[in-house]
Design a protein around this ligand. Structure first.
Ligand code: CMP
Length: 138
């Protein structure tokens, strides 16, 4: 079934000049870009986006990192989008990410792990709506 997922190219990958290469991987894997934005999260906005992780020990660091530089946010569409995108990006910890995955190619650590991918259809919808209005989805 065709559905959508949400991704961010994180500050590390943007700073390292990987926006183009990562978008190329994504589109070559068959994902259609529905919405796309280059932006900077404030600490408040990053804290709100990652609210589900508020009680986790890595939360303060995560919020600090995700607001440390510009990111690229995007909504993507494909058959089986959520699961297929998570396969494309690889494990959260890049040292455990399979060869050829985006995190294997571009990520340095579990914090600076190059990309975000939604973990469910429901979260994809919530996360996409955090960044994009109905008028920005095509
Ligand atoms: P992301 O998929 O964007 O969602 C939460 C982020 O927290 C995750 O990617 C990692 O970059 C970061 N993180 C840091 N430590 C951990 C951890 N132990 N488990 C899960 N995520 C972590």
């Amino acid at each position: 079934k065709t559905n959508r997922t949400f991704t961010m190219i994180k500050p590390d990958a943007v700073a390292n000049g990987h926006i183009g290469a990562i978008l190329d991987h994504i589109t070559k894997a068959g994902f259609k870009i529905i919405a796309l934005k280059y932006t900077l999260l404030t600490t408040d906005k990053a804290g709100e986006f990652y609210e589900v992780h508020k009680e986790r020990p890595f939360y303060p660091n995560l919020v600090k990192f995700m607001s440390s530089g510009p990111i690229v946010a995007a909504i993507l569409e494909k058959d089986n989008a959520v699961a297929d995108f998570r396969t494309l990006i690889g494990a959260t910890d890049p040292s455990k990410a399979e060869k050829g995955t985006i995190r294997n190619l571009f990520a340095k650590s579990i914090d600076a792990n190059a990309v975000h991918g939604s973990d469910s259809d429901e979260n994809a919808e919530i996360e996409g709506n955090f960044f994009f209005s109905a008028f920005e989805k095509f």
